[in-house]
Design a protein around this ligand. Structure first.
Ligand code: CMP
Length: 139
């Protein structure tokens, strides 16, 4: 079924002017960018977004990184968008990512890994709702 997923182009990528290069990979894979905004996340927004990881040892580092510069929040639409985008991103750790994936092409490390994508339909809906209203999204 046609699905939506939530994406973030992270500060390591915006800092290197890679928004367009990453969007080109996204669009070539058949994902449609139906909403997009460049923002500076607040600490509160980043803590809420990553609250499922709050007990992890890297949580503080993760939040500091996500507010270290601008991010681009996006909603992507395609048939099976969640799985498709996870394939296009590649493994969390760029050392494990397949050739041609966004993380293999651009990520610097497991933390500074250029993009985020939702891991389930339930999380996609929650993540999209944190940053977009339905009126912001159009095909
Ligand atoms: P993301 O898909 O945004 O979801 C959680 C993030 O935590 C993940 O991408 C990584 O960037 C980050 N992360 C996972 N493991 C580590 C780690 N060992 N050190 C720092 N960051 C990590």
């Amino acid at each position: 079924a046609v699905q939506r997923t939530f994406s973030i182009i992270k500060p390591d990528a915006t800092e290197r002017n890679l928004t367009g290069a990453i969007n080109a990979v996204i669009e070539k894979a058949g994902l449609r960018i139906v909403g997009q905004r460049r923002i500076q996340m607040t600490r509160a927004q980043a803590e809420r977004f990553y609250s499922v990881h709050s007990a992890r040892p890297f949580f503080g580092e993760l939040v500091d990184f996500m507010i270290s510069g601008p991010v681009v929040v996006q909603v992507l639409e395609a048939e099976d968008a969640i799985t498709k985008y996870r394939e296009v991103m590649g493994a969390t750790n760029p050392a494990d990512a397949a050739d041609g994936t966004i993380r293999k092409l651009f990520a610097k490390s497991i933390g500074e890994n250029s993009v985020h994508g939702s891991d389930s339909a339930e999380n996609a809906a929650l993540e999209i709702a944190q940053f977009f209203s339905e009126a912001d999204l159009t095909n």
